[in-house]
Design a protein around this ligand. Sequence first.
Ligand SMILES: [Zn+2]
Length: 154
Amino acid sequence: MMMETKMTVEAIAHGTVIDHIPAGQGVRILRFFQLTDGNERITVGLNLRSGDSQVKDIIKVENNVFTAEQANQLALFAPNATVNLIDNYQVVDKFHVTLPEQISSVLSCPNSNCISHDEPVNSRFFVAVKHEKVKLKCHYCEKSFSERLFKELK
Ligand SMILES: [Zn+2]
């Protein structure tokens, strides 16, 4: 099974490999981080078998180094993801994502009546995990939302 994963997802020289993404979330992550908008080569593996007979998605982005902030935003979609930074085909850094306590600016409140849409303010959400699902509570309208309700960045 490990061989299969290695053969279906090509190695990259420099860049970022996001591994252990829950199957189905890979496409959302591509959209959220607008990874496909650039010209860099991206290799995506969907529904790959991982060692423990689970299926996972994997994303490799050439010449893109994920920041710690991006990695934490990634945790919203893939709480158990690992981020591998690759240089000269070697893993030079590897870390697990951690959920941030708050997320500002990047997400828009799904509540269309929320005051954050009418005022010139940065959106702000408090992050909580309930029953292993990520919930985001808006600082302005105080409603809680599942991560699935958030659209990609503008
Ligand atoms: Zn709101």
